[in-house]
Design a protein around this ligand. Structure first.
Ligand SMILES: [Zn+2]
Ligand SMILES: [Zn+2]
Length: 609
């Protein structure tokens, strides 16, 4: 996932401040973690020097704060008559090179500047890349959230945890409902996806209909029978025309159609048949209620007792059962702490950890460190998922660990135990052909996904100059005469969250990379600044450069070089601590580079004695 430079924001933040930049301290309850706007720096963006010019009278604007150029942190704002409605406010999980970072959020600066205009946020579905940012944004701003019952139930997990439920109102909207939110006339259209009850949204505006697909696929045989409502989309196109289509690009590079979710059920059934008599452990995303249902159906068909493992799986199964979206009889469920007396061959565990997350239930099982279940030869693990980019090595490690224990592992590379939740090429084309948009902007994807989707748009007859590839921070101004694309109109860099302590800025991340790759050399020396005599040291302390006990000579030589550099400095009348530190750093750095061809971080600590 690409990262980008956040336009010129800096500034220290007080402990306990929210995910805010500069002076704006948290107005909400004390934040548990701190966040800081920053850039990973692989993709530079120019700072908008001034806020974007106000839109002309009567215009509607669409501003992208995240999700265009990466999978994650989806967030768009639509503005009309001085009011803003958000579509989604998600988070992104960090790249491997974002060391120590827990989460990445959209840059909220634009929303902060326009706080009084925000009338609400539409949560298209319950995935965290669409709702996970709300528990941060609500620390500073307050607005209602609209979504299906399940979406809101999933979204409120983090919001409750952050103690922010009183800063919002959860407003349930139903399939096909049309309601006004401020000046926005919004219609909620059912779509199928890998979490139930997702919506596409049609916003009827004076500048025509803006149709947002949400995350969607065209599943003609969904597990719950709730279809993507193409009919309604088509009739909106017929009646009003679709002025602008914003559509999911995740799988725009994948040929053909996505498989139906219910096809996975058949595969699971066959596997349960094949492994009848063996203990079966399955994993999938905890929010994938339909997958959980199909696993449970297969388990029940073979007379198994079901136990969930992992907190989010337990929570989501409870919520989905309460909402009537998951049908597992109480008599079939057993708490994982009480499965010891269940015949292993009559047990099915549904666990988290399908992405090989290091502390997840499955990873702990693979490391033989799970307190509830010790796996053994003869056990079967079915990983009903596909690793999302960046997680492959973790998943492979887990599969290896399990295999080494003699466990039989079935994953998506072996059997069709997973179906994507996102539209592939042919489905993207179907949506384009049904909505016949006047303008088309691909959303939800890395840049190459957006570009591929744009190609499909042109192929499907959207005029070339009316297909726009936008990125985070870009703004569209919709007027009668057409749509103007304003690139990089608002700040849209990465907002890093590190849940432990302190600010995480670009500098901190850079330091972490140096430390991770090259280590650190600390040079401690006490100097009498009047005479230039070295009172103690230099002492060379290192981590990650050379292993000190085996490199005494090298450390002695380095100390000698530092001693000389201090002598030199005094001969040149450089006697203040800062200048001495500079000399020490330079001398030690040169020595280290010349002798080992490495560039660890050099930290000079020169003390006045
Ligand atoms: Zn999704
Ligand atoms: Zn998504």
């Amino acid at each position: 996932m690409p990262s980008r430079e956040r336009p010129g924001k800096a500034g220290a933040k007080a402990p306990g401040a929210s995910a805010s930049t500069k002076k704006s301290a948290s107005k909400g309850p004390k934040a548990k973690s701190k966040a800081k706007s920053q850039g990973g720096g692989r993709k530079a963006a120019v700072a908008p020097a001034v806020p974007p010019a106000p839109a002309p009278e009567g215009a509607v604007t669409v501003t992208f704060l995240g999700g265009l150029g990466e999978i994650g942190r989806n967030c768009a704002c639509i503005e009309l008559d001085g009011k803003i409605i958000l579509i989604d406010c998600g988070l992104m999980f960090p790249d491997l090179d974002m060391l120590g970072i827990d989460l990445v959020l959209p840059d909220f600066e634009y929303l902060r500047q326009n706080a009084d205009k925000i009338v609400g946020c539409i949560a298209t579905h319950g995935h965290e890349d669409h709702t996970g940012g709300l528990s941060f944004l609500l620390r500073e701003l307050s607005f209602p959230i609209y979504g299906s019952e399940l979406t809101l139930a999933l979204a409120r997990n983090r919001i409750d945890e952050a103690g922010l439920s009183d800063r919002t109102e959860f407003v349930v909207v139903r399939d096909g409902e049309r309601r006004s939110i401020g000046p926005f006339d919004c219609e909620f259209i059912p779509v199928t996806h890998s979490v139930p009850h997702g919506f596409a949204t049609a916003i009827h505006t004076p500048q025509g209909v803006i149709m947002h697909s949400g995350d969607w696929k065209l599943d003609l045989t969904p597990v719950d029978g709730r279809l993507t409502d193409l009919t309604r989309m088509g009739s909106i196109a017929d009646q009003h025309g679709v002025r602008l289509l914003l559509a999911d690009s995740t799988n725009a590079c994948e040929k053909g159609h996505s498989r139906s979710e219910s096809s996975v059920g058949k595969v699971l059934y066959d596997l349960f048949h094949e492994f009848d008599g063996q203990r079966i452990i399955t994993t999938c995303f905890a929010s994938h209620v339909h997958r959980v249902q199909q696993i449970a159906d297969a388990a029940i068909a073979f007379d198994r007792t079901i136990a969930t493992m992992g907190l989010s799986m337990k929570k989501n199964v409870k919520v989905a059962r309460e909402l009537g979206l998951l049908d597992i009889p109480e008599s079939r469920l057993r708490d994982i702490a009480d499965v010891k007396d269940v015949d292993p061959s009559k047990l099915c565990i549904i666990s988290t950890g399908s992405q090989g997350e290091p502390m997840s239930a499955l990873s702990l099982m693979a490391a033989n460190e799970n307190k509830f279940v010790k796996l053994d030869e003869g056990d079967v693990v079915i990983m009903s998922s596909h690793p999302i980019p960046g997680n492959e090595s973790n998943v492979t490690r887990v599969i290896d660990g399990l295999t080494r224990m003699g466990v039989e592992v079935v994953h998506s590379g072996i059997e069709d135990v997973h179906a994507t939740g996102h539209a592939k090429k042919e489905e993207c084309k179907t949506l384009l052909s049904i909505t016949e948009p006047e303008w088309f902007v691909p959303v939800h994807g890395e840049y190459h996904h957006l570009a591929a989707h744009a190609r499909l748009g042109r192929q499907m007859g959207v005029p070339k100059d009316q297909v726009l590839v936008c990125e985070d921070g870009d703004q569209l101004v919709i007027e009668e005469s057409g749509i103007t694309h304003r690139p990089k109109a608002v700040p849209a860099g990465y907002l890093y969250v590190d849940g432990i302590v302190g600010d995480v800025g670009d500098g901190v991340l850079r330091d972490r990379r140096v430390l991770a790759e090259e280590g650190v050399v600390v040079v401690v020396v006490a100097v009498d600044v009047t005479t230039g005599a070295i009172i103690t040291g230099p002492e060379i302390i290192t981590r990650g450069w050379v292993y000190a006990p085996e490199a005494e000579d090298l450390l002695d030589q380095c100390a000698e070089v530092v001693r000389d550099s201090i002598k030199d400095a005094f001969q040149n009348d450089a006697t203040d601590i800062e200048t001495l530190q500079r000399h020490v750093r330079r001398a030690a750095g040169r020595f280290v580079a010349a002798n080992t061809k490495r560039r660890p971080m050099i930290v000079p600590v020169v003390m006045e004695a």
